[in-house]
Design a binder for this molecule. Structure first.
Ligand code: 3EB
Length: 351
């Protein structure tokens, strides 16, 4: 690898910057996600980009989260899944119209069926291509807190997700991916994922009950994700911290207080990163070198959330803000993070 290159590298672009990438610049693109409100899907032919309808809480154009890998890449498609892969990594994405997925089994909501179908297809692809570990999954669908079929849609999603893990003989505890699940403004089920042939270590948060052990008051099936995932990619330890909310134990803290919820999220992230540093062989992850994505339920809370984050760090960090519904009605903010891969912050300094 040359300086500035890596097995995994992240940049944020606007939709127009993404559209203007030269072939040389886009050659290393694995894929990514474009967040914008009721805008067109980016037409980067052959590249797996997930288009997610989310408003910006301020007057920004939108954000494309672009993942690169500086090892030769090839593209593929399997049914609805578009993907790019190399020796180490596979990034894929799919969008399913939940109404078009046949809810064949009695009592299954369309979203539950679509979720089960989506994850089954992802596992079939990974098994066929020999990617042993699902490292990180991003889940987006509309109306996450809405109720239908007598149950909240996030809970329908959790049933479908867990069913797919079980159908593929996978543990719903060991080896589960880091993840997030957020409400988009419109749209069906949108999923992006990063898988690897490297070994992935799931990290849990000592301050939180593991999501896969949540009590049944949060739904009939537990959420199938780890608090963080750690893998060594080409000699670098990379950490994905799942969507992290103001939850301690299994309970939501600070109802109605967005500033306190933001501080609790940051404390939770600090705790899981500390745990990752304990378990990692080489890594010494530093919170101020991470890249953050912040989902704010109410746009009018943006200034407060921004202030809490700025106050937490003693220097500027890389943060993107999006407006999204969070998977519990009482949660006002959720923060995800990643580190160890190259980031926009590294651009100026030598590798
Ligand atoms: C939580 O801790 C908050 O269902 O994939 C965070 C990260 C949350 C991932 C998921 C949900 C998910 O329970 C919600």
């Amino acid at each position: 690898m040359k300086p500035g290159e890596a097995i995994l590298r992240l940049e944020y672009l606007s939709a127009s910057q993404l559209a203007e990438l030269t072939p040389a610049e886009s050659g290393s693109v694995l894929g990514g996600m474009c967040f914008s409100h009721q805008a067109m899907a980016p037409s980067k032919l052959g590249l797996p980009f997930l288009s997610v309808d989310m408003a910006m809480p301020s007057s920004e154009e939108g954000h494309c989260e672009v993942w690169h890998s500086d090892e030769p890449l090839t593209s593929g498609q399997l049914g609805a899944i578009r993907y790019r892969q190399n020796e180490t990594l596979l990034f894929g994405c799919l969008s399913l119209d939940e109404m078009a997925v046949n809810a064949s089994k009695e009592g299954h909501s369309p979203l539950q069926s679509a979720t089960e179908t989506a994850y089954q297809r992802i596992f079939a692809l990974l098994e066929a291509q020999g990617y042993t570990s699902l490292f990180r999954v991003w889940n987006y669908f509309s109306g996450i807190n809405a109720e239908s079929h007598h149950i909240e849609r996030y809970r329908q999603f959790n049933i479908g997700r867990q069913e797919a893990f079980l159908a593929h003989g996978r543990s719903v505890i060991d080896g589960v991916p880091a993840a997030c699940a957020l409400g988009s403004a419109t749209g069906g089920l949108n999923i992006a994922f990063l898988a690897t042939r490297a070994k992935v270590l799931g990290i849990e948060n000592p301050r939180q009950v593991s999501a896969y052990h949540y009590p049944s008051q949060y739904g009939p099936r537990t959420p199938t994700f780890a608090r963080a995932g750690l893998a060594n990619l080409g000699g670098r330890d990379v950490l994905f911290v799942s969507g992290t909310a103001s939850i301690v134990g299994h309970q939501t803290l600070h109802h109605g207080d967005v500033a306190a919820q933001t501080r609790e999220c940051l404390q939770n992230i600090a705790a899981v990163v500390e745990e990752a540093n304990r378990q990692a062989t080489q890594a010494d992850f530093r919170l101020d070198q991470f890249v953050y994505k912040v989902y704010v339920r109410n746009p009018e809370n943006l200034a407060q959330v921004r202030r809490e984050i700025a106050d937490y760090f003693d220097k500027p960090v890389s943060v993107v803000f999006l407006q999204a519904d969070i998977c519990r009605a009482d949660l006002l903010v959720e923060i995800e993070a990643s580190g160890g891969h190259l980031t926009p912050l590294d651009k100026s300094k030598p590798d």
